[in-house]
Design a protein around this ligand. Structure first.
Ligand SMILES: Cc1cc2nc3c(=O)[nH]c(=O)nc-3n(C[C@H](O)[C@H](O)[C@H](O)COP(=O)(O)O)c2cc1C
Ligand code: SF4
Ligand code: SF4
Length: 253
C-alpha cells in the first residue's frame, strides 16, 4: 500500500501518516514531489491520497499530476483523505471523480477539519489550544474511519451526488478562477527578507530562488502556503497584505 500527500503546513502529511499507522504499518508514505513516485504507483495497487482543500478544489499541482499521468490509475484501489480549515462539500470527491475517469476504483473518502493554513488572512484563526484540539479530534476521526474500513464499510465523505452539489454551489463555482491556473500573486518583501533560502528549499514547485541574497518568486505558485508559514521574517504574502499567524503541524502536536 502506498500513501501520497500534498501538504503545505503538514496537516495532510500528518493525517496520512497517522492513518497508515492505524491501518497498515508496512505502507510507504511519500510526498507528491518524490522523484520516484511514478515507480511507486506502478508497484502498488492500493493507494491513499491526502491533500489540503483549496477553495473547495484540489491544488493545481495535484490536479496536473493526475492528468499528466492518466495511464497510472487504471484498476488502482484508491481511498481519499482531505484536510480543510472549515468546510468542503466534496473535497475528496473532486479527486475521486477525476481518478475514476481514468479507471481507478474509489474505496471511500474522509474529510478532516485541521488548523487553517492561510497565514495572511484573519479569518479562521484559532487560539493554539483550539488548533491542538482540532488535531486530536482529527486523530480520533481517523481511528474510527480505519475501524470502519477494516469492517468493510469505508466512510464515503465527499463522494456522491449530494456532496458534489454542496462543493460546487457552496464554494467552488464562486472561487473557480482562483484554482484554475498557477498563481503569480506571491509577494516577497525585500526589506524583510534575509536570504536564508528556507522558502526556496521547501517550495514544491521550485517557484522561489535566491538572487543577490533575496528571495524571488516566479509565476508557478500552487498556493500550498508552505513558504508563507515558515519564513522566519514573515516576509511572504499571497492572498493577504501581511502575515497574521504562522503555523505548521508540529506546533499543534
Ligand atoms: C489557498 C487556500 C485555500 C483554502 N481553501 C479552503 C477551503 O475552501 N475550505 C477550507 O475548509 N479550508 C481551506 N483552506 C485551508 C486548508 O485546506 C487547511 O488548512 C488544510 O488542512 C491545510 O493542509 P496542509 O497543511 O496539508 O496544506 C485553504 C488553504 C489555502 C492555502
Ligand atoms: S524564508 Fe523568508 S527570509 Fe528566508 S529567503 Fe525566504 S523570504 Fe527570505
Ligand atoms: S511559492 Fe510558496 S505558496 Fe507557492 S507553491 Fe511555493 S511554497 Fe507553496
Amino acid at each position: 500500500m502506498l500513501g501520497i500527500y500534498f501538504s503545505g503546513t503538514g496537516n495532510s502529511r500528518y493525517a496520512l501518516e497517522f492513518f497508515m499507522k492505524q491501518y497498515d504499518k508496512s505502507a510507504s508514505v511519500c510526498p507528491l514531489t518524490d522523484q520516484r513516485i511514478v515507480n511507486y504507483i506502478n508497484d502498488n495497487e492500493e493507494i491513499v491520497f491526502s491533500y489540503s482543500i483549496q477553495f473547495s478544489n484540489i491544488p493545481k499541482m495535484l490536479k496536473d499530476f493526475v492528468d499528466d499521468n492518466k495511464n497510472l490509475w487504471n484498476g488502482k484501489k484508491i481511498f481519499v483523505i482531505t484536510t480543510m480549515g472549515l468546510f468542503s462539500g466534496d473535497g475528496a470527491g473532486i479527486l475521486a471523480r477525476r481518478l475514476c475517469k481514468y479507471g481507478a476504483q474509489i474505496q471511500g473518502g474522509l474529510h478532516l477539519k485541521m488548523p487553517d493554513s492561510i497565514a495572511d488572512e484573519k479569518a479562521l484563526k484559532r487560539p493554539l489550544e483550539k488548533n491542538k484540539m482540532l488535531v486530536k479530534a482529527a486523530e480520533e476521526k481517523i481511528k474510527r474511519a480505519v475501524q470502519s474500513i477494516k469492517c468493510g464499510n469505508p466512510p464515503q465523505e465527499g463522494i456522491g451526488f449530494l456532496y458534489h452539489m454542496a462543493g460546487l454551489f457552496g464554494q467552488r463555482l464562486y472561487f473557480y478562477r482562483k484554482t484554475q491556473h498557477y498563481t503569480d500573486q506571491i509577494k516577497i518583501n525585500a526589506q524583510k527578507c534575509i536570504g536564508c533560502g528556507k522558502c526556496a528549499m521547501q517550495c514544491p514547485m521550485n517557484n522561489i530562488h535566491i538572487a543577490q541574497n533575496t528571495a524571488k518568486a516566479s509565476k508557478r505558485c500552487t498556493m500550498c502556503y508552505c513558504c508563507i508559514n515558515i519564513c522566519p521574517q514573515q516576509a511572504i504574502t499571497l492572498l493577504g497584505k501581511s502575515v497574521v499567524q504562522q503555523g505548521t503541524i508540529e506546533k499543534y502536536l
